[in-house]
Ligand binder design. Structure first.
Ligand SMILES: [Zn+2]
Length: 73
């Protein structure tokens, strides 16, 4: 799964990559708060105050849908 974090105000892309909770395990990025801290907790474009609760976090599954395959004989 991939994860995307956008500024809720101007839509600036703040993070895009592997789902952060999965990276926890690789210790690449501790958590979303650390990503925001990397920006000083403010959006570099519009200055909006960023917090884990205010940003737009979108987690997407990979497109592995089998398109409604049904079980059956
Ligand atoms: Zn912004």
């Amino acid at each position: 799964m991939s994860e995307k974090i956008n500024c809720p105000k101007c839509g600036m892309l703040l993070y895009y990559g592997e789902e952060i909770s999965r990276r926890l395990y690789m210790r690449a990025i501790p958590d979303e708060a650390a990503v925001l801290a990397g920006y000083g907790n403010v959006c570099p474009r519009c200055g909006f105050s960023l917090s884990v609760d205010s940003v737009k976090i979108e987690i997407k599954r990979r497109a592995t849908s089998k398109g409604g395959v049904t079980h059956g004989s």
